[in-house]
Design a protein around this ligand. Structure first.
Ligand SMILES: [Fe+2]
Ligand SMILES: [Fe+2]
Length: 483
């Protein structure tokens, strides 16, 4: 591996390992974009705490053995950089019609529009989540959690930079226009919303934040994995490095929910409650009852499934054929990597019934990626259920059926229970509050969202983490609010 690419140049205004100092035109375009980004961060980044010192990690290298440095930083002074994973020597296009040919270092003309569209869609999600989470700092359950929120936020900001670099370096004038538009759209805005549904939903409280980082960032992980396979090598290298950061976001979600569940179980045990569905009794303890956690899970999981698009999709087939977007772990799959004759089972609505139907594997790529995603989701959830069973409670958190609460794909026009039983509109209207968070549920959770800013202290509804960030002790001051 090349040493220059491993270490990041911090001498330019925009830290990078892509030799921007000698790429004047792109450096100029990025420097031109920078003030707009800072304005966006000021307007739409975390509310308050911009002067606080936050114990953040910053990437200084792309060496997987050690790439981050931790230190106190004011968020607006965070060094957002352009970091690509090291080039793999003699990399070939790992799938599609050009399978086995050398990976592209420049945009192949015939795939330009498709490639730009995929980069813009990925790019659009990054600032969107920052916007959705901007108000959460004020109700953080601890300084530890506040720090994790801000870490996720600055890294999503960096992911936006990553996509903007690709647009400005490889797509000329329309790339620059797309880069500007990424700062113009706003999550949930009526006139100019973000591009994907889940990124226009509110993240009203910290339980939502943990669900979002668990379920929605994990969609991001799957998309990044597929793009990391891309025959367009700069995109592949960009996504590979983003994935190292993304792992922490999902860690925040997974451990966040684990700690909420832990605290609820501890409180129920201490109070001698044996029925975890006795919601009133559990809530009186100042913790979030398991059935409400399940409802939040139902909501975030179903919204995240929508991000995979239609089960059967010619767009997905085209992107695969073109060598632009591959499958999860493409290079480890043992087949022709062209999907010439294979099929894949797709869950469909046939004459009002749910059936598995074999579809050409090429057009079923979204379904396949979504299945991989569900498997990945279920793995981490075993830990949550372990906490519940270890505490001696008879309750299990589970992902709802794919058919439940969908707005995109095969099942968007029907209603179903979390078990996947089709129901009519009237039943749905009557019962949906049993399965999705109601206004009362939201109000109850909101009532718990009181900030805790004493080092080492945690809100009533969440337990302390097992280990600190960067191995810091339990009472470490992760955010120096007044500085
Ligand atoms: Fe991201
Ligand atoms: Fe993320």
């Amino acid at each position: 591996m090349n040493v220059n690419i491993m270490n990041v140049d911090y001498s330019t205004k925009i830290p990078n390992n892509v030799n921007l100092a000698e790429d004047r035109q792109v450096l100029k375009a990025l420097e031109g974009w920078h003030p707009g980004y800072m304005d966006w961060w000021g307007d739409m980044g975390p509310e308050g705490f911009q002067e606080s010192l936050v114990y953040l990690r910053t990437a200084y290298s792309v060496d997987p053995r050690g790439w981050a440095k931790f230190d106190y930083v004011r968020m607006p002074e965070y060094r957002w950089g352009i970091l690509l994973a090291p080039e793999e020597e003699n990399r070939v296009i790992p799938f599609g019609e050009d399978y086995g040919k050398p990976a592209w270092q420049e945009v192949p003309g015939e795939h330009r529009a498709m490639l730009r569209r995929l980069i813009v869609i990925q790019g659009d999600t990054e600032p969107a989540s920052v916007e959705q989470q901007r108000h959460l700092g004020k109700t953080a359950p601890s300084l530890y959690d506040m720090r994790n929120l801000f870490q996720v936020n600055v890294e999503e900001g960096r992911h936006l930079w990553a996509m903007v670099y690709l647009l400005q370096k490889y797509f000329g004038r329309d790339g620059r226009e797309e880069a500007d538009d990424l700062l113009r759209r706003r999550s949930g805005d009526a006139d100019s919303p973000r591009m994907l549904g889940a990124f226009n939903e509110a993240t009203p409280d910290w339980l939502s934040f943990f669900m979002f980082t668990y379920f929605t960032d994990r969609d991001g992980k799957m998309q990044l994995h597929s793009l990391a396979q891309s025959g367009f090598d700069p995109l592949s290298r960009t996504c590979r490095f983003m994935l190292t950061e993304e792992a922490h976001h999902m860690f925040v979600g997974e451990t966040g929910i684990t700690r909420v569940v832990q605290r609820t179980c501890d409180a129920m045990q201490e109070a001698g409650i044996t029925d975890p569905t006795d919601i009133a009794k559990v809530r009186a303890l100042g913790v979030i009852d398991l059935p409400t956690i399940q409802k939040k899970l139902n909501l975030h999981y179903s919204l995240s499934l929508d991000l995979f698009g239609s089960e059967v999709s010619t767009n997905a087939a085209n992107a695969f054929n073109a060598g632009i977007k591959g499958r999860y772990k493409e290079t480890t799959i043992d087949d022709d990597h062209q999907l010439k004759n294979s099929t894949y089972p797709v869950m469909k609505l046939v004459d009002g019934q749910i059936k598995m139907v074999d579809e050409p594997a090429l057009t079923a790529l979204n379904m396949r990626l979504r299945d991989d995603y569900t498997q990945d989701c279920v793995k981490g959830m075993l830990r949550w259920n372990k906490v519940i069973s270890t505490a001696g409670f008879n309750y299990k958190l589970a992902v709802p059926s794919t058919v439940f609460h969908r707005q995109i794909g095969e099942f968007k026009d029907v209603h179903a229970t979390p078990d996947g039983l089709l129901i009519d509109n009237a039943t749905w209207a009557k019962r949906k509050n049993e399965w999705l968070p109601s206004t009362e549920d939201g109000d109850f959770i909101a009532s718990l969202m009181k900030p805790v800013t004493e080092p080492g202290e945690f809100a009533s509804w969440i337990s302390a983490p097992k280990v600190g960030i960067d191995n810091k002790p339990g009472d470490f001051e992760y955010v120096r609010i007044e500085s």
